[in-house]
Design a binder for this molecule. Structure first.
Ligand code: ATP
Ligand code: MG
Length: 436
């Protein structure tokens, strides 16, 4: 097995690995070349958590959708027919994008690009930043081959964000926002030439050419960032928030609220998925101090979906009954807290953690996120089989749930002290960057 395939397998969760093999199977069956690309490659090579898996196929990616959805039960979240790009969510909650390898020509900054099918090499040369333009072949003949025409691996090692070309930020100005978001997310520096390109683009007010739908999509990305408050803070410093609303500038911006949300998000341990729909809760804190008139104008301008507006505006009311149940004196056992919160919507759980003034509510949510959920994830398929659950049957979930509840209540109160790093028997920390 190639080093990179090995790295991939050790980096993906079991559910993500299943998605990779399903997509790979569908592409092979259709005789199309498929590659792992984008953020998934950047995050794997950089040692960051993989949030969603980006696949690129040489050929019309949308043609693979019927076979994939039928076989795996995945749902298509959206489709972009121009770019032949779709986003999918699998029954396990794993998210992926599947797109056609393409070349995009921008007649003017921010204009709709002319798209044509291209080879994976051409596609990588047209991406935004070098660290986002690495591909891994998943094809039987070249499985594990790394394609890195812009030396993204070198920039990952240097921790630098470098534009792929001198026109990167001009062609598609939403990349101005992507650059700042990635800088915050990864803590990387912006390389000098890219910084010059950024300054020139800002001088020419290229940000005003970002299409409305790109602004919205970028806001969704920001909402999804665990450190969304830091991203908003940088956009504020860069005077870019007025692209969304003049009521979000300077002192009018609800930074303390966003900080609370960020703190709550960071309470969720790495690898624990609370199936969060992040846009509504993000908008709640972003706009908490916004006067109703400005808020209405913001909604109109940005073009949110009905669901997003509802998730945002009904969040406080929706969370009330969960708060009441969480305060109940009956909720003494961990299993009861787990049962209640594992059925609750992720945004309500985070909202109460960030917003509730009840100590008990906080403590119970913290225990759930930091103790009970990780403990539940330790229950393996083999454990469930040993307890009489047959994989693929409805009973399986029930047996799993019962096993989790029993284990939670049986857990010893005192957890043994963590193994001190460097002590005999302590695991070596994972290298931030595996060698080639
Ligand atoms: P995340 O981890 O947030 O998903 P990502 O880098 O994967 O980050 P996506 O929006 O999923 O972001 O995009 C996938 C890939 O597609 C990017 O890594 C990049 O290679 C490419 N891409 C996305 N948007 C653009 C753009 N506006 N211009 C050029 N390339 C883009
Ligand atoms: Mg991605």
């Amino acid at each position: 097995m190639s080093d990179y395939m090995f790295m991939l397998e050790s980096h993906l969760s079991a559910d993500q690995a299943r998605v990779v093999s399903e997509i790979q199977g569908a592409a092979t069956h259709a005789n199309m070349n498929v590659f792992l690309t984008g953020g998934a490659m950047r995050d794997m090579l950089g040692g960051f958590p993989i949030l969603d898996i980006d696949f690129t196929v040489e050929g019309n990616a949308l043609k693979l959708l019927p076979a994939i959805t039928k076989k795996s039960g995945a749902k298509v979240l959206w489709e972009d027919d121009n770019r032949k790009l779709a986003a999918l969510v699998f029954p396990s909650g794993v998210k992926a994008t599947l797109g056609m390898a393409r070349q995009e020509k921008y007649p003017q900054p921010g204009a709709k690009p002319a798209v044509r099918p291209a080879s994976i090499h051409e596609d990588l040369r047209g991406r935004d930043f070098t660290i986002n333009s690495i591909a891994l072949s998943l094809n039987p003949a070249s499985r594990g081959l790394l394609l890195d025409p812009n030396n993204g691996v070198g920039d990952l090692e240097r921790k630098e964000l470098r534009a792929v070309s001198n026109y990167t930020l001009y062609d598609d100005p939403v990349r101005l926002l992507r650059l700042l978001r990635l800088k915050v997310r990864l803590g990387f520096n912006i390389d000098e030439r890219t910084k010059m390109q950024y300054d020139n683009a800002r001088e020419a007010q290229l940000e005003t050419r970002i299409p409305r739908e790109d602004l919205l999509e970028e806001l969704r990305h920001i909402a999804n960032e665990p450190n969304c408050a830091d991203v908003v803070h940088l956009l504020d410093q860069e005077k870019l928030l007025n692209l969304y609303s003049s009521a979000l500038e300077g002192a009018k911006l609800n930074m303390p609220g966003l900080q609370k949300l960020q703190k709550a998000r960071q309470t969720v341990p790495f690898g624990v998925d609370i199936h969060l729909e992040s846009m509504g809760i993000f908008l709640y804190f972003l706009t908490e101090k916004m006067p109703p008139k400005e808020s209405a104008a913001f909604i109109k301008r940005i073009g949110l979906t009905k669901r997003e507006i509802e998730q945002w505006q009904k969040l406080e009311t929706r969370s009330k009954s969960l708060e009441k149940s969480l305060k109940s004196a009956k909720l003494q056992k961990p299993s009861l807290v787990y049962s209640l919160l594992s059925k609750a919507a992720g945004d309500q759980v985070l909202f109460l953690l960030a917003h509730s003034s009840e100590r008990l509510v906080h403590d119970r949510i913290k225990n759930y996120l930091q103790k009970y959920l990780p403990a539940a994830q330790e229950v393996t398929e083999a454990d469930v089989v040993a307890a009489g659950g047959k994989p693929g049957t409805p009973k399986f979930q029930k047996v799993r749930e019962d096993l989790i509840l029993t284990r939670l209540d049986a857990r010893p109160k005192k957890v043994p002290p963590p193994v001190v790093a460097g002590a005999p028997g302590a695991a070596a920390p994972a290298p931030a960057m595996a060698r080639k």
